[in-house]
Design a protein around this ligand. Structure first.
Ligand SMILES: *Cc1c(COP(=O)(O)O)cnc(C)c1O
Length: 363
């Protein structure tokens, strides 16, 4: 078999090896079907079952009740930056946005096209090195919704809990930490959660949307059909041809998550993996974590070395050692180790050893 590297890329990102093997083994013909999943009709009984499995797994993992729709859309998380306000914000309404990084800012900027947007809090003055405390968030009790990004993929910060938004529905871009820990949809008063699949859920090409029925019902009928959540809710995500293969892989990944023991087990594993890296960063003055200590992400561990030259050498030497994809986002530089659900703990151990050795030689 071709040797696999440890892939620290931020997305599309590592998938569970067993899922890749299942895809390979069943690619030419699904067992008992005689056709590839790439060839089957999206209206076939075979795909009915794939879609039902994906939805059932998602509902089981996060305890999602029938009050919520589970939808499979396209256009990535970025399309949700428009769909959320198109569906939930009326022309004379106002929405609150909490700006904690590049994606949160893009979401707010897009929403301005559809209605009035208030910035309820921003940590831009701190270069997005933290998320705001509850006392810093200025919420409008009449807002149509509050939007936030639960994990800031680029800056390596994450909310440890969700702010209490009272009766105002919370809309969360959870692209980079969905299902990395338990998600109590009802308890957080979540109105809508969305995630591009390519970080924690599967391949690029499908976007998961979990949305409360009341919010789905809000959309104006004058919106383009493909931009209305209700179109997908009423058609079981099959108004047109859905991304069959991507949904198939999401069904495999979510089955894998359940087989691992579910979200509590994943949470403990992710905590442990991130803890090992942050301990190594904090062990000496050689590495510098870029996120505030109480806001550190368990999914994207961001750090720097003392100089840009050392940063550049670190990335190259790490790649030579089979540790790929550590270069930080082009907008911030430094290093970023993305260690999503499927990232193996041995890869974290390998990076920790490499960091110790690199420091011994260059420190
Ligand atoms: C990656 C990412 C996006 C962009 O996702 P696309 O699927 O490429 O549109 C949006 N938000 C967050 C938090 C992300 O990590």
């Amino acid at each position: 078999m071709t040797e696999r590297l440890f892939n620290f890329g931020a997305g599309p990102a590592v998938l569970p090896l067993t899922v890749l093997e299942q895809m390979r083994d069943h690619l030419v013909a699904l067992p008992g079907v005689g056709m590839s999943v790439l060839e089957i009709s999206h209206r076939s009984a075979v795909f009915d079952e794939i879609l039902a499995t994906a939805e059932m797994n998602i509902r089981a993992l996060a305890g999602i009740s029938d009050d919520y729709h589970v939808l499979f859309l396209q256009g990535g998380a970025t399309q949700q930056f428009a769909m959320v306000p198109m569906n939930l914000l009326s022309a004379n309404g106002s929405a609150d946005y909490v700006v904690t990084g590049s994606w949160a800012k893009k979401a707010a900027t897009e929403a301005v096209k559809f209605g009035s947007v208030r910035i309820a809090a921003t940590t831009e003055a701190d270069n997005f090195s933290r998320v705001p405390g509850a006392d810093e968030i200025d919420l409008d009790g009449d807002a149509a919704y509050v939007h936030l990004v639960s994990n800031n993929t680029i800056f390596g910060t994450e909310w440890s809990g969700m702010p209490d938004t009272g009766h105002v529905p919370l809309v969360v871009d959870a692209s980079s930490n969905l299902f990395s820990r338990p998600l109590d949809v009802a308890r957080h008063g979540l109105g809508l959660v969305y995630a591009g699949a390519q970080k924690n859920l599967g391949p690029a090409g499908v976007t998961l949307v979990i949305a409360h029925r009341d919010l789905v019902a809000r959309a104006s009928s004058s919106l383009p059909t493909m931009m209305r959540y209700v179109t997908f809710a009423e058609s079981g995500s099959r108004y047109n041809t859905p991304p069959v293969f991507a949904i198939y892989v999401v069904s495999l990944v979510t089955s894998w998550l359940r087989a691992q023991g579910g979200l509590q087990v994943m949470s403990e594993r992710n905590e442990r993996k991130a803890g090992k890296l942050y301990a190594q960063i904090d062990a000496s003055g050689f590495y510098h974590g870029t996120a505030a200590a109480d806001c550190r992400s368990r999914m994207n561990v961001t750090f720097r070395l003392g100089t840009p030259d050392l940063d550049a050498r670190f990335v190259v030497a790490a790649a030579d050692a089979g540790l790929a994809g550590l270069r930080g986002h082009r907008s911030v530089g430094g290093q970023r180790a993305s260690i999503y659900n499927a990232f193996p703990e041995q890869g974290v151990d390998a990076l920790v050893s490499f960091m110790a050795e690199f420091e011994r030689i260059n420190g």
